[in-house]
Structures are given as structure tokens and as C-alpha cells.
Design a protein around this ligand. Structure first.
Ligand code: GAR
Length: 208
């Protein structure tokens, strides 16, 4: 069975969408472990509720960023995961983690990359900047993770209309509902079914 490890920091609505997709049989895989850098992340509770291993691994206790990444690598290697899913994980990962799982880490970002992404763009801030710029369309992107923030090969994107009446909060909610919760399970399904290849940093689909 294809094994998924998930890293979370917050509410875990994307994790929930993935749990639901596994439960319904849309994704044929097992979520073997959910790890958070925050002990109180509600995402951990969502995993616990479904009997999925939910673990807090403290960044502070690890001492350094590298030691933290080594602890995460060991955790997921011990569980033989095939894919690491970053689902609202608010820690920038360095080479120790990324090189240990080459092309096996994916992330979701709440904008159409390359807009509103990179260092400092996370969560609500992304939508605030989109509104400030006055874009009429935004969306979400699932991509493989490489050494640079939000820079890896793009797997799926979905556009969402920006309304004149939007606040950052209302836009965030619609981007999640209309884009994130759909394209993240879809990307995981494609990867677990071996339907993607990466050529010169471009993701190609083998199923169309
Ligand atoms: C999501 O909107 C995700 O796209 C974003 O954080 C939120 C997590 O929500 N991620 C980033 O901004 C990464 N740069 P969730 O915990 O409810 O899934």
C-alpha cells in the first residue's frame, strides 16, 4: 500500500480533505503518520479522531533546524513513507530534509504560483497581498518541494475568482473550498498511481 506522511501546523482542513479522500476510496493509500511542530495544532486532533498516528515533534527541543530535520527524516524513514505531504506546515525545510526525500515531498500554496509566493507568503498574508494588488483571479497550487520556497515543479493549479466584496478571510475560505480541498487529493491520487513524471523541472501527466 502507498504510504503517506503528513506535516501540519494548524487547523488541518487540507489534511481533512485528504483523510476523506482516502476514506471514500478516491485515493488508494494509507496515511501512516501526521506530524506537527505545534502541540496544539487542531490537525493532530483530526488525525487522532480517525485513529491515525498523530505526533508532536518539537522544533525547540531539537535545538537546531538541522537536528529538527534529522528527527523528521528518521520519523518518516522508519515508517517507510512513499510521499510526504505538507499541509499547512509553517516551517521552511532545508536540504537535510529535502535531499532525504527527493521528489517525494509536495506542498499546497494558496495562490497561483509564481504570484504571491516565496519567503513570507503564507496563510492569510497571501490573500491580503492578492487583494492589495487587485488581482481578479487567484487560486491554489500543488507543487513538488525543492530547495527554494514555493519554487518546485507545479503539479496542479486551480483558479478562483476574486470578488469586489472579498476580505482576506472570505477569499481564503473560497480558495480552500473551491481549489485546495480538490486539487490536493487529486495530486496525491495522481502520484500514488504513478501518473506523473518530472522532465526538466516540468511535471507531465501520463494519463492524458
Ligand atoms: C492553507 O490555506 C495552505 O494553502 C496554506 O496554509 C493553509 C493551511 O490550512 N499554506 C501556505 O500558506 C504555505 N505557504 P489548513 O491547516 O486548514 O490545511
Amino acid at each position: 500500500m502507498f504510504k503517506i506522511g503528513v506535516l501540519v501546523s494548524g487547523g488541518g482542513t487540507n489534511l481533512q480533505a485528504i483523510i476523506d479522500a482516502v476514506e471514500s476510496g478516491y485515493i488508494n493509500a494509507e496515511i501512516v503518520s501526521v506530524v506537527s511542530n505545534r502541540s496544539k495544532a487542531y490537525a493532530l486532533k483530526r488525525a487522532e479522531n480517525k485513529g491515525i498516528e498523530a505526533v508532536f515533534i518539537s522544533r525547540k527541543q531539537a535545538g537546531s533546524a538541522e537536528a529538527y530535520e534529522r528527527a523528521l527524516v528518521k520519523h518518516f524513514k522508519d515508517r517507510k513513507v512513499d510521499l510526504i505531504v505538507l499541509a499547512g506546515f509553517m516551517v521552511i525545510l532545508g536540504p537535510t530534509f529535502i535531499n532525504a526525500f527527493e521528489n517525494k515531498i509536495i506542498n499546497i500554496h494558496p495562490s497561483l504560483i509564481p504570484s504571491f509566493c516565496g519567503n513570507g507568503f503564507y496563510g492569510l498574508k497571501v490573500h491580503e497581498e492578492a487583494l492589495k494588488k487587485g488581482v481578479k483571479v487567484t487560486g491554489a497550487t500543488v507543487h513538488f518541494v525543492n530547495a527554494k520556497a514555493d519554487d518546485g515543479p507545479i503539479i496542479l493549479q486551480k483558479a478562483v475568482e476574486v470578488k469586489d466584496s472579498d476580505s482576506a478571510e472570505s477569499l481564503q475560505k473560497r480558495v480552500m473550498e473551491e481549489a485546495e480541498w480538490k486539487i490536493y487529493p487529486e495530486a496525491i491520487k495522481l502520484i500514488s498511481e504513478n501518473k506523473l513524471i518530472i522532465e526538466n523541472n516540468i511535471v507531465r501527466r501520463l494519463d492524458r
